[in-house]
Write a protein that binds this ligand. Structure first.
Ligand code: PAJ
Length: 285
């Protein structure tokens, strides 16, 4: 596996892979890799032959400098996990490579008005800026993002379309621990007690699933039950519980053809998110 710290090295390796007839698959991450990240690599391998992973903790997408400082970093472990998962090249830039006194940022569309965007101003601007830069550096044919961050992937899809970035975006399902907790690099900040409490997020989605399968279509009714279930876990606060249209990410009153139920809550100072895609007459993911 190649470890590239500069843009030049990365471009050279990608150029060579392309010259050898390979399609380029890309998995952007902030490291602290877990099975969720690695599942994106196996999906990328189904679509491409040369897999690039980036590991970069992107300061400009953090709202809270303390969250940035304490974000878990273990690059040696990440490199060995990436290699085992079959990554061909890790792009591991530092801040001087990525941000050399920048004047240009990529701003988001209206898709950032609700869900995480509402409580994290500037977050998606930071994500869009870094993802655009990474797309321009790696120039992948395919990039894989997790449904875990549903708003992020929807915004990235729209951004790629709006800015004519020739990449096809694939959405990977949420990987969970055996008890249902969505895997996240932030889970390691949870105490044993908070770890148990945090299960209320995934359990609340199961409650919603049962309600919807029984025919409930009123989002207010579903949200009420989800809130009751989340409160059973006594989170320190609930950031939001929303049901939005998959297309516009705007809150809806009645379930539409494709909707998203998403929730965010704090356990101590750790903010966790989870979500479910609801497709009418089809499946619930
Ligand atoms: P990070 O949080 O490291 O996540 C990298 C990718 O892994 C994202 O696409 C995310 O949705 C996916 N992911 C995280 N947890 C997952 C899980 N449990 N199951 C499946 N996929 C999961 O998201 C970011 O980094 C950054 O915002 C980034 C896109 C790299 C830009 O800085």
């Amino acid at each position: 596996m190649i470890t590239a710290k500069t843009i030049e090295e990365t471009r050279k390796a990608v150029r060579e892979a392309r010259a050898a007839g390979k399609e380029i698959g890309f998995v952007p991450t902030m490291g602290a890799l877990h099975e969720g990240h690695l599942s994106l690599v196996s999906i990328a391998k189904k679509h491409a032959d040369f897999i690039v992973m980036s590991i970069f903790v992107n300061r400009i997408q953090f709202n809270d400098p303390k969250d940035f400082d304490k974000y878990p970093r273990d690059f040696d472990k990440d490199l060995s996990l990436a290699e085992k998962a079959g990554v061909d090249m890790v792009f591991l830039p530092d801040e001087t490579v990525m941000y050399n006194n920048p004047l240009t940022f990529v701003d988001t569309s209206s898709l950032d008005r609700y869900l995480c965007g509402a409580s994290r101003p500037g977050h998606f601007r930071g994500v869009c800026t870094v993802v655009t830069k990474l797309f321009n550096i790696v120039q992948p044919d395919t990039a894989v993002f997790g449904q875990k961050d549903i708003q992020q992937v929807r915004i990235v899809e729209k951004m790629a379309e709006d800015l004519n970035i020739p990449v096809s975006i694939i959405i990977a399902p949420i990987r969970r621990e055996n008890d249902g907790l969505a895997m996240s690099s932030r889970n390691i900040h949870l105490s044993n007690e908070q770890r148990k409490q945090a299960l209320c997020l995934s359990e609340s989605l199961q409650t919603a699933k049962k309600l919807i399968e029984k025919g409930e279509t009123s989002t207010a009714a579903i949200i009420r039950e989800v809130e009751a279930e989340i409160k059973k876990g006594s989170p320190d606060s609930i950031d939001y519980i929303s049901i939005v249209s998959y297309e516009t990410l705007e809150p809806i009153k009645t379930l539409s053809t494709k909707s998203v139920l998403a929730a965010a809550a704090f356990f101590g100072s750790t903010r966790l998110i989870d979500n479910m895609i609801i497709t009418e007459g089809d499946s619930i993911q």
